[in-house]
Design a binder for this molecule. Structure first.
Ligand SMILES: [Mg+2]
Length: 380
C-alpha cells in the first residue's frame, strides 16, 4: 500500500464578492483578489486507491507549493500508508525545524488529509463514519463568511440581509469599523448571529476598548456573538484573555499550528470559541484531537475553513463526526462556476452522503483543467 504518485494542483476560480473588492489582507496584495485558489494534493497508492488533501492557502500558495514539491511530497513517495500515525509521526519529526506553523505545516496538512481520505475509501466508508460518526447521511450547517468590503455599509447590509434571508444562522464580517459592524447588525434579525473577524490589528488596550464598545450594543438585536483575532500578535494569549474579560466573546486559532499551542492558548483563557484550521495545523490527524480538548475546556469549536477544496470538505466531515451542531465557515462569494458539487456558498446546509466513501471529493477534471494555475506530478 505504498505511495506511487503525488500530484500537486493549484486551481483558482474567479469569483464575485457581491460588493467592492477590498482584499482580505490590505497591504499584502496590491492588486485586487480575483480568483479563489485551492492548493491540493492527490495521493495514489499501488493498490489503486487515492486520496485528496488541501494545504493553506490563498496568497501563501507559492510557498506551500514549493515546500510540497521540493521537500514534503518527495519524502512521502514510496512509503507505506497502512498506518497514518506511523507515517505522520516521523514526518512531523523530520520537518519540525522548518516551522511548526506556516508553509511546512500547511504542506504536511495537505498530505495528512489525503491519507485519511484514502484510508476511509479503503474501508468503504465516508470519512465521518470512518471517524465514528453517525450512520446514514449527515448534514452540516454552513455560516456565511463575507469578504471585506472596505467598510462599504450598503454592500455589508445588502449581503448580510441576503445571507439571513437564505437561512444562514450566522454572518461573519471582515471589517474593522463600528459603523460597518452596525450596518450588519441592523440588517439581520435578532435570531441571526453577527460575528466580527478583524485579523489581528490592535494592541490589547485598543482591543479592550472595541470589546467594551461592542458589549454596549448588546441591546441592538442581541449585539455581537464574537470578536475574532482582535490582538496583534495572534499568539498573545494572555493579552487575548484580558480582552475577553470585557465580556464580548473572543474567538481565534486559525494561526495556531499545533495541538500543543492550542492547549497553551486554552490554558491562558484566550478564547470562548476555538477556530483550528485543518489545512494549517496538521490535517485530520491533529484536527480531530481538538474536539475533546475544546469540549473538556467547556468552549465551542467553530473551525476556520475559508477555502473550498478537500480541506473544506474534510472540515465538514469532522464536524459531522464530532460536533454536529457546530457551523462550517463558508466564503459567501459567487464563483464563476462552483468548483465541485460539495460546495454551494449560498446553501445553508451541506449534505454528506453515506454512499460516497472518503471525503466524497470527486471533482470534474474538465472544470479543474479550465481553472488550473499549476500542476506537478511526482512519482516514486
Ligand atoms: Mg478568521
Amino acid at each position: 500500500m505504498n505511495i506511487t504518485e503525488i500530484e500537486i494542483l493549484r486551481v483558482g476560480v474567479p469569483f464575485d464578492t457581491g460588493g467592492p473588492r477590498q482584499g482580505m489582507r490590505p497591504g499584502l496584495n496590491a492588486s485586487p483578489w480575483l480568483v479563489n485558489e485551492s492548493l491540493m494534493v492527490h495521493v495514489r497508492t499501488e493498490d489503486g486507491f487515492d486520496g485528496w488533501g488541501e494545504g493553506f492557502g490563498h496568497f501563501s500558495n507559492p510557498a506551500t507549493e514549493a515546500m510540497l514539491k521540493s521537500l514534503i511530497a518527495p519524502w512521502f513517495l514510496g512509503r507505506d500508508t497502512a498506518s497514518i500515525a506511523a507515517l505522520m509521526g516521523p514526518a512531523h519529526r523530520s520537518f519540525f525545524g522548518f516551522g511548526r506553523q506556516g508553509p511546512c505545516m500547511y504542506a504536511l496538512s495537505a498530505i495528512d488529509t489525503a491519507l485519511w481520505d484514502l484510508a476511509a475509501k479503503r474501508a468503504g466508508k465516508p470519512l465521518y463514519q470512518f471517524l465514528g460518526g453517525p450512520s446514514g447521511d449527515a448534514q452540516v450547517t454552513r455560516y456565511a463568511s463575507l469578504m471585506r468590503y472596505g467598510g462599504d455599509g450598503d454592500a455589508i447590509a445588502r449581503n448580510t440581509e441576503r445571507a439571513a434571508g437564505l437561512g444562514f444562522p450566522m454572518v461573519k464580517l471582515h471589517e474593522r469599523e463600528m459603523p460597518a459592524f452596525m450596518a450588519a447588525r441592523e440588517a439581520a434579525p435578532e435570531g441571526v448571529a453577527i460575528t466580527l473577524d478583524v485579523n489581528c490589528p490592535w494592541s490589547v488596550e485598543e482591543a479592550r476598548q472595541v470589546a467594551r464598545d461592542l458589549k454596549a450594543q448588546e441591546k441592538v438585536r442581541g449585539g455581537f456573538l464574537w470578536l475574532e483575532e482582535p490582538v496583534w500578535p495572534p499568539e498573545d494569549f494572555h493579552g487575548l484573555a484580558r480582552v475577553r474579560k470585557e465580556g464580548t466573546g473572543i474567538s481565534g486559532g486559525e494561526n495556531i499550528g499545533s495541538v500543543m499551542e492550542f492547549s497553551h492558548a486554552i490554558d491562558a483563557g484566550a478564547f470562548d470559541v476555538v477556530q483550528p484550521s485543518i489545512a494549517k495545523m496538521g490535517g485530520v490527524s491533529t484536527m480531530k484531537e481538538m474536539f475533546p480538548l475544546v469540549r473538556e475546556a467547556g468552549l465551542r469549536l467553530v473551525p476556520h475553513s475559508f477555502y473550498w477544496g478537500p480541506g473544506y470538505v474534510a472540515t465538514a466531515h469532522l464536524l459531522a463526526a464530532f460536533a454536529p451542531s457546530e457551523w462550517l465557515e463558508t466564503a459567501f462569494i459567487a464563483y464563476e462556476e462552483n468548483p465541485h458539487d460539495q460546495i454551494d456558498p449560498f446553501a445553508p446546509v451541506m449534505t454528506l452522503s453515506a454512499d460516497r466513501p472518503g471525503l466524497g471529493f470527486a471533482p470534474d477534471p474538465a472544470r479543474f483543467e479550465r481553472f488550473l494555475i499549476s500542476r506537478t506530478l511526482l512519482k516514486a
